[in-house]
Design a protein around this ligand. Structure first.
Ligand SMILES: NC(=O)C1=CN([C@@H]2O[C@H](COP(=O)(O)OP(=O)(O)OC[C@H]3O[C@@H](n4cnc5c(N)ncnc54)[C@H](O)[C@@H]3O)[C@@H](O)[C@H]2O)[C@@H](O)CC1
Ligand SMILES: [K+]
Length: 508
């Protein structure tokens, strides 16, 4: 698990490292420059022409130090300092002085030449208001130039805390960021202009990071260690019984996808509760599943209580539709269910309607004892909370945390999914890609989370790890099939290669 920092948190980590631990700022700056140099040497030929654009803060200082190292390696380097900020930082002054001693040239005006690489060292985490005037003009021109664009720490113009664009932003192909990823590089639209984000260690001591304890975390592949344990002397009963209330007439696929994903993520037994019309296809495509099907509403109400009491995990929603019957299904589950519960898709739409119209249901919802995970995308979240989508999008972590406050885990699904139980830190997911924006992908996520719950994970870990592994499966799928052609049905297969890493890391 690693922290993801906001602007203030990163500034506090900087300050703590320098003032309390005693690491001189210039040392951190030199390490930042070395980290940038490393990326250059790995990816960019030394006969390249590089333009480094700076301002007088520490981000600019990083750029100057990088330029010096690149000159030593044989790159051709031009420096252009905007120089509108009235005072330069101490470390910037030192870097400038060194370059002057080395007789490096500073361009007096914005260059007309062509470059292979442009480095943006104008603003980093110090940016706090709209970019205007000369800064805006320069960033506009840089964005029009053809070159590989490298941002130092944060693309200038991106609010490092929320990912908003403050007027205009440098459009980077690569952002080399120091110490910790910044929230603004991961949330959109900031993520769009950050390109590939490379996180480089530059020597912020753990003590400084622990002391500040940022309010967001993310997973890396090391966190696959949290996957449910599997012991030698076990049987199918050891890995839980998942009941999926899914599918309706013409919607067998949703049940199939979530059921397959639940099995592929380790569930001992999966039972699908669906309509009779789906029996044949489910039996053919997922013969491992136990089927409980109904051919009338009366039959459904007769079968449901036994299914609910059988289950150690319940998932409801994929493909159930929004009929009065489906709404009653949700209500019955909240009334009779005792196990950890995942509510997704139409389960959430029905829940939103019930919460508005049914006081008794509101109480059941708030008092549900088994633990509950809700997995809304932005539209479903808007229905649940009554907030506008734009408002939710403007601060996804806040939207998730304030809804989760009511005692549930919220998985707020977007290009960067947030998972929160209302406490800090909340989780921001870094895996996954646009190839997963395809029908049925959410059904697979529901199945994975149910599978992890069945394996014994608590609701928060199951939700975080479910989202992370779902994204990794999507990344593996996109790598082979391309972003256009990933199907939700591919995801459970690629999930195999991800989960396998826990026990066979050497084979990956
Ligand atoms: N503090 C440290 O010792 C370290 C800082 N590092 C680098 O320094 C950066 C932070 O440096 P700074 O805090 O000096 O700030 P920046 O270099 O990010 O920004 C420079 C200054 O611009 C001004 N400013 C902010 N918004 C503006 C706007 N819209 N228009 C015009 N001026 C504006 C502010 O006064 C700010 O201090 C990091 O992102 C990182 O790149 C690294 O060298 C590691 C060590
Ligand atoms: K920058």
């Amino acid at each position: 698990m690693r922290y993801v920092a906001s602007r203030e948190e990163m500034q506090n980590i900087d300050a703590y490292s320098i003032n309390n631990v005693g690491i001189p700022g210039i040392v951190l700056m030199e390490k930042a420059a070395l980290a940038l140099e490393e990326v250059f040497l790995e990816r960019i030929p030394t006969d390249s022409r590089v333009l480094i654009v700076t301002e007088k803060g520490n981000n600019g200082g990083d750029g100057l130090a990088l330029g010096r190292l690149l000159l030593e390696e044989g790159y051709t380097v031009d420096f252009y300092e905007i120089g509108v900020i009235p005072h330069d930082s101490d470390s910037h002054q030192i870097q400038k002085h060194i370059l002057e001693q080395m007789e490096a040239d500073f361009l007096m005006k914005f260059p007309d030449e062509e470059y292979d690489v442009i480095v943006d060292a104008i603003f980093g985490v110090g940016l706090k208001r709209e970019v205007a005037g000369r800064h805006r003009e320069v960033i506009e021109r840089l964005n029009q130039m053809e070159a590989l664009k490298v941002a130092v720490d944060v693309p200038s113009g991106v609010d490092a805390s929320a990912g908003q664009i403050l007027g205009i932003a440098f459009e980077a192909d690569i952002t080399v960021t120091f110490g910790l990823p910044k929230v603004g590089l991961l949330l959109y639209p900031g993520a769009d202009v950050s390109g590939e984000v490379i996180v480089k260690e530059i020597g912020f001591p753990n003590k400084a990071v622990e002391e500040i304890a940022p309010q967001m975390v993310s997973f890396t592949t090391d966190d696959l260690e949290y996957l449910p344990e599997r012991k030698a002397w076990t049987n199918k009963g050891s890995y839980g019984k998942v009941l999926l209330i899914a599918g309706s007439k013409n919607m067998a696929g949703a049940a199939l996808l979530s059921g397959t994903a639940a099995y592929k993520s380790g569930s001992g037994l999966v039972r699908i509760f669906s309509c009779e019309e789906n029996r044949v296809i489910l039996q053919e495509k997922l013969p491992e599943a136990i089927l409980t099907t109904y051919d009338s509403e009366e039959k459904a109400w007769e079968l449901l209580p036994e299914s609910l009491s059988w289950a150690s995990v319940i998932g409801i929603g994929p493909g159930i539709g929004q009929s009065a019957f489906a709404r009653k299904l949700v209500k019955q589950v909240l009334t009779l269910g005792k196990a950890p519960l995942v509510i997704d898709a139409d389960g959430l739409n029905n829940l939103a309607a019930l919460l508005q119209e049914d006081t008794e249901l509101r109480q059941l919802f708030h008092e549900y004892e088994g633990g509950m995970i809700l997995t809304p995308h932005l539209k479903e979240m808007s229905r649940l909370t009554g907030e506008e989508i734009a408002e939710i999008r403007s601060n996804l972590p806040k939207a998730a945390a304030s809804t989760a406050d009511k005692g549930h885990v919220i998985v707020l699904k977007d290009a960067r999914t947030i998972v929160s139980d209302g406490s800090v830190p909340s989780y921001i997911n870094m895996s996954g890609n646009n190839g997963m924006a395809t029908g049925g992908s959410g059904d697979v996520l529901t199945g994975i989370i149910c599978g992890f719950l069945a394996g014994g994970l608590d609701i928060l870990t199951a939700a975080r790890l479910g989202v992370y592994c779902h994204g990794l499966a999507g990344d593996a799928a996109a790598k082979e099939k391309g972003y256009y052609s990933v199907l939700a049905g591919d995801l459970p297969n690629y999930l195999e290669t991800i989960l396998k890493r826990k026990h066979f890391p050497e084979e990956i």
